[in-house]
Design a protein. Structure first.
Length: 251
């Protein structure tokens, strides 16, 4: 019985390294966090610039090489990726889907499961609102991890947001699996809000307080829009917002 408790304790405290990916064919953002003693710590984040690579096949191969290098270099144990978008621009969707597929294949080639999250879920996990801007997501992540060096672009913090979103999910769904097949081995803790080092929401931080107030106002004004999205009618609006925020992302 004592041995059983000891092995259980070792399993709970086992180091987890989560790689978050915000895929793209021009800019691919990524972030890495390590979970030790139940708390996330920032390992690093950045972007993969693909705009100067003219050949589409070489772009995809470069994505594969970069993702496998990150997995091997940081000994990643879990991968979280932003889920596909739905919209009218078929060519843009196709390019983004290829980048996502290659990133997923790279993780699976290393024996890792991939967990996908829609953009609304990622934003809500970080800021409390699924309609948050990239700047709001960046501000909340900065308040949590207090990174000194600013990322090259906000795509880096979007990748980090995917990793943190995965950490806050109690029962994540692995890519390609239904709910009945969800992994039962992960011991995940936390809620869908950001917390400070004491485990409570740091509402005294002026930046966090302002963002939370703005998020509350957005939720109050956007109930009808959220209901439409829940019924499946808001997906195209999400894609339009993505294009507006990322004019140079897909080329």
């Amino acid at each position: 019985m004592i041995l059983t408790a000891f092995y259980h304790l070792c399993d709970v405290e086992k180091k987890r390294v989560i790689l978050g990916i915000d895929p793209g064919t021009n800019l691919l953002g990524y972030g890495l966090i390590v979970i030790e003693l139940g708390r996330p710590q920032l390992l690093g984040m950045g972007v993969v610039r693909l705009g100067k690579i003219g050949d589409a096949g070489k772009k995809l191969f470069h994505i594969y090489e970069k993702i496998t290098a990150l997995i091997d270099g940081y000994e990643v144990t879990e991968v979280a990726i932003e889920a596909p978008f739905f919209g009218k621009n078929v060519q843009s969707m196709l390019k983004l889907g290829r980048a996502q597929g290659v990133a997923i294949a790279a993780a699976i080639s290393r024996g890792l499961e991939v967990y996908e999250y829609v953009p609304r879920t990622i934003k809500q996990s970080i800021t409390g609102s699924g309609n948050s801007s990239k700047e709001q997501v960046h501000a909340m992540l900065h308040a949590e991890f207090n990174f000194t060096e600013q990322p090259e672009t906000l795509d880096a913090t979007d990748g980090l947001a995917a990793a943190v979103c995965h950490y806050y999910q109690f029962m994540p769904r692995a890519f390609g699996k239904n709910k009945a097949q969800s992994s039962q081995n992960l011991s995940l803790t936390g809620t869908a809000t950001f917390m400070n080092n004491s485990g409570a929401l740091d509402s005294k931080d002026p930046a966090v307080a302002a963002l939370l107030a703005k998020s509350s106002m957005s939720r109050g004004r956007g109930n009808k829009g959220n209901n439409r999205s829940a019924s499946g009618k808001g997906k195209r609006a999400d894609w339009s917002n993505f294009i507006d925020e990322n004019p140079n992302r897909l080329k």
